[in-house]
Design a protein around this ligand. Structure first.
Ligand code: 3HC
Ligand code: NAI
Length: 693
């Protein structure tokens, strides 16, 4: 009794063995934990004084899964599936005592026990799908035996965490015990079941729910159909479905073999490698080498926003959602009312969909105050400017803010492209100024580029990053340059997309390979969605580009029913003969003979220049690390997670291949195109972006 190993303790109280695991931060099932559980279970089983066993974890949570840092390394016995079988074979009642999150391998371990008890705040889930995997320790075969195949399908393909109450209703948790009493309650529960001397049933032998679904292939066909859009491009959801099919149609041991084969296939594939990389990238992004995590931050209790347009309104919602009061400033009453009206409509639509309580609409609107007076921002802790994208206008606003807003407040600009240092110089406190670049729609998109100026203080940076987290964004710290990380790389792609129109490709020809690659849409469909008239004005339009001509014809994108594409009532896009003619006329005027451009060329010419731009961004230290660039593209532009972001993707293609292709395309990429020296160097050395540590 006592310590089994460094992370496992075994004690016996009143006939109940208590195995306690302590492996911070999340009790991941690394080798020592697996070994400890098996040894402790064997000891408890062999001890005649023990009547039942409780498995419980110290710290913030029950096992949150297999240890992801061990993935990709040679496995060391005992493997997790074997651990679960060892638990299952214990001859006395075993009880998993759950708090925090029992996830992945953690829930699989719990499914090896005869019983599961949990506190009300506990959550259960099989989130492996988010790592491009499936539960590989019997979860796919045991879970449907308890909750039924429908619920299991939903859980393994969504990776959702379900709360203790739902888990209890589904049969996954046998008893919910009072918060704060887990240890004592689990022991009491163990004593009770030991005293009842019930016949112990292993989950693997509970077959009624899977048998009931046998011979009903439509269950799976319907599920696939209903989720086809959501699963597009991903391998893991389909593989997860196949394992549940196996649970329904095959005996347990055969189903386990299917699980093993499919798990290993996913684990060895590039999609899971990408998704695991993203898991760690999302956590690394918060770490800023020269701003330690204990840097003091400033309290943000009141926010001011200037401009109630497309962005200002969305930005305001983020703060209202987090319970932070916001004052919004506009120049005209009409613009203010329109802006606040859009916000209200947004909240009401969410409420109609049942995703917000009606009383919360008023609560959130109550946190928003509109005004035409900049002076009302005097006592704000943070002011975010979201006025027109014009340097003179922005400098004027910042000059005024400098005089009005209290000292010690943060002054931020939502500019997409402009020089944040120049904006900061319009004030006498540039160390308090930075960019907070939200993405549209600002209340929905997760990305926030936190733009650090030359003089922005560390405290301001730390506060902005913390605030990003608080309002549910993923903050990426970037430096000042035209377009920062996301839009600067986007520009490299747009330049090629435009160029290819003049060489003979139509917008839909360019969009298709990018959509097939996994992007939500191609560059031209994206233009139509955003509106082709952003930054366009009738007065200055000179019919000098395809876009200008389209705008002049009032083909300004989806909102006018036509842009590059024609749109029907349901906003379905169709290739447009009008656009085709405009493009052909331009090409003819330029004396270009149209050629057929292969899908491969389109894809490579759109993506490789972006990668090249990403390399320049790293050279210039605009981004801290390659994975931060990937986080920008995944969360700001819908880059497919299963391809890990542009920099990770480049590594999978091979940097030498990327360089060779860029050289092959040569002059087609434009007279100003230059290969990044960093990219060339890494390629020549046979290295990857991921080697830049
Ligand atoms: N393995 C290794 N490290 C893990 C881990 C895991 N399963 N889960 C979390 N961590 C690490 C994180 O990397 C982070 O490390 P850091 O502090 O050095 O950056 C630390 O634990 C804390 O994690 P979070 O910052 O994410 O903490 P939160 O409190 O926000 O969230 C959590 C906790 C909900 C448990 C979240 O970490 C999470 O979702 N973890 C992953 C769960 C998961 O995917 N489990 C399945 C694993 S695959 C599996 O089990 C395969 C099996 O079927 C065979
Ligand atoms: P918008 O034109 O929809 O809104 C701007 C609003 O600012 C207008 O309502 C206008 O009346 C108001 N305004 C102008 N000058 C003002 C002043 N001095 N005081 C108070 N209000 C003033 O523009 P949008 O799209 O919201 O853009 C705002 C900023 O956000 C720009 O810098 C833009 O580059 C940036 N941005 C835009 C994105 C987009 O997709 N629209 C995405 C990310 C950033």
């Amino acid at each position: 009794m006592g310590a089994i190993n460094a992370v496992t303790d075994l004690s016996v109280e009143d006939g109940i063995a208590i195995i306690t695991i302590n492996n911070p931060p999340v009790n991941a099932l690394g080798h020592a934990v697996r070994d400890g559980i098996v040894k402790a279970m064997h000891q408890a089983d062999a001890d005649p004084a023990v009547k039942a066993v409780v498995l419980i974890c110290e710290g913030r949570t029950f096992h949150a899964g297999a240890d992801i840092t061990e993935f990709g390394k040679p496995p060391v016995a005992p493997w997790l599936p074997e651990v679960v079988v060892e638990i299952e074979n214990v001859s006395k009642p075993t009880v998993a005592a759950i708090h925090g999150t029992a996830l992945g391998g953690g829930l699989e371990v719990a499914l090896g026990c005869h019983y599961r008890v949990a506190v009300p705040s506990a959550k259960c889930g099989l989130p492996e799908v988010h790592l491009g995997l499936l539960p590989g320790a019997g979860g796919t075969q045991r879970l449907p035996r308890i909750v039924g195949p429908e619920k299991a399908l939903e859980m393994v393909t969504s990776g959702a965490h379900i709360d203790a109450k739902t888990a209890n209703a589904a049969g996954l948790i046998d008893e919910i015990v009072p918060e704060g009493t887990l240890r004592a309650s689990a022991i009491a529960f163990a004593k009770k079941v030991a005293a009842e001397k019930r016949t112990l049933k292993k989950v693997r032998d509970i077959n009624d729910k899977v048998e009931a679904a046998r011979g009903k292939p439509e269950l799976f066909a319907d599920f696939r159909k209903a989720n086809a859009r959501k699963f597009r491009g991903f391998l893991a959801p389909e593989y997860n479905i196949r394992t549940i099919e196996a649970a329904v149609n095959l005996p347990f041991d055969e189903g386990m073999k299917v699980e093993r084969t499919l798990f290993q296939e996913l684990m060895g594939g590039v999609q899971s490698a990408a998704q695991r990389y993203v898991f760690f990238a999302e956590r690394e992004v918060w770490k800023i080498p020269d701003v330690p995590s204990d840097t003091p931050t400033l309290p943000i209790a009141k926010v001011g926003i200037i401009g109630a347009g497309t962005m200002g309104g969305g930005i305001a919602m983020n703060f209202a959602n987090a319970g932070i009061p916001v004052t919004i400033v506009e120049t005209k009453q009409e613009a203010l009312e329109r802006g606040l009206g859009v916000i209200r409509k947004n909240y009401e639509t969410t409420a109609k969909r049942g995703k917000l309580k009606p009383e919360d609409v008023e609560k959130r609107m109550g946190l928003l105050t509109g005004t035409l007076e900049l002076e009302k921002l005097a006592d704000c802790d943070l002011v975010i400017e979201a006025v027109f994208e014009n340097m003179d206008v922005k400098k004027d606003v910042f000059g005024k803010l400098d005089k009005i807003v209290k000292q010690g407040a943060i002054l931020a600009s939502n500019t997409s492209y402009l020089d944040v240092n120049e904006i900061a110089r319009a004030t006498k406190r540039p160390e308090w100024v930075l960019g907070l670049h939200f993405f549209s729609p600002a209340n929905v998109m997760r990305l926030l580029e936190v733009v650090r100026g030359e003089q922005t203080s560390k405290q301001v940076v730390a506060t902005a990053m913390q605030l990003a987290k608080k309002i549910g964004k993923i903050g990426v710290l970037v430096g000042v340059c035209h377009g920062f990380v996301g839009n600067r790389m986007l520009a490299a792609r747009q330049a090629q997309a435009q160029a290819m129109l003049m060489e003979g490709a139509m917008p839909w020809d360019v969009d298709k390979p990018l959509y097939d690659f996994g992007m939500p849409m191609g560059p031209f469909a994206m233009g139509d969605l955003a509106g082709l008239d952003i930054g366009w004005s009738k007065e200055t339009s000179k019919s000098s580009t395809v876009r200008e001509v389209l705008c002049e014809m009032d083909r300004r994108g989806q909102k006018t029913g036509a842009g590059f594409y024609d749109y029907d009532e349901q906003r379905n896009a169709k290739p447009s003969p009008v656009t085709e003619k405009i493009i052909k006329d331009f090409a003819a005027k330029a004396g270009v003979k149209p050629r057929q451009i292969s899908e491969q060329e389109i894809l490579e010419r759109c993506i490789y220049p972006m990668i090249n731009e990403g390399a320049k961004i790293l050279e210039e230290k605009i981004a801290i690390r390659p994975s931060d660039i990937d986080i920008v593209w995944i969360n700001g532009y819908g880059w497919p997670v299963y391809r890990g972001g542009p920099m990770f993707y480049a590594d999978t293609v091979g940097l030498a291949t990327v360089v060779a292709k860029l050289k092959e395309y040569g002059p087609k990429l434009g007279a100003d195109f230059k290969i990044s020296p960093l990219l060339e160097k890494l390629a020549a050395e046979g290295k990857k972006f991921q080697d830049l540590k």
